[in-house]
Structures are given as C-alpha cells and as structure tokens.
Ligand binder design. Structure first.
Ligand code: FES
Length: 79
C-alpha cells in the first residue's frame, strides 16, 4: 500500500454496529475517513470490506500502511 496517502499517523476510533458492513479506505483520499468515499477509482487500490459482529469501539488504520487491514496494528509508530 505504499501508493496510499497518509490520512493521519494514528488510528481512527469508530463505534461499529453489529450486522453492519464498513468499507475501509486504503488510498487515503476519501473525505469520509476512515471509510471509502469513492476516491480510490484509478488509484489501483480497492476498499476493504469489514463486517461488524459486535457493538464495540474499533480503531481503524489512518496511516494506510497497515499490513493486515482494517484495524490499527501499530505500523504507524514506525513512520
Ligand atoms: S494507524 Fe495505521 S497502523 Fe496504526
């Protein structure tokens, strides 16, 4: 994902709802971060679909350098 823009150097907390699908933005261009806004078209990157099983807070990657999307794994700490 090296072609992606860095939206922020840390995670984006989101309270997800059970049964809902979320499209995580991999390119960093969306104005609806951390989710897809359709800006990836032509960037060679596609959004990552995440299905929430529980009502819980999650920390979606904002740096777009994560190795296992969509939730922060600490990769941003090496930027
Ligand atoms: S914000 Fe991308 S790995 Fe933490």
């Amino acid at each position: 994902m090296s072609a992606a823009l860095i939206d922020r150097r840390g995670p984006c907390p989101v309270a997800v709802r059970p049964g809902e699908d979320y499209l995580w933005c991999p390119c960093g261009c969306s104005t609806s971060q951390p989710f897809c806004g359709g800006s990836h078209k032509g960037a060679g990157l596609v959004p990552f679909r995440f299905h929430a099983e529980r009502d819980e807070p999650l920390y979606f990657c904002g740096c777009k350098r994560i190795h296992t999307p969509p939730c922060c794994d600490g990769t941003h700490e090496s930027l």
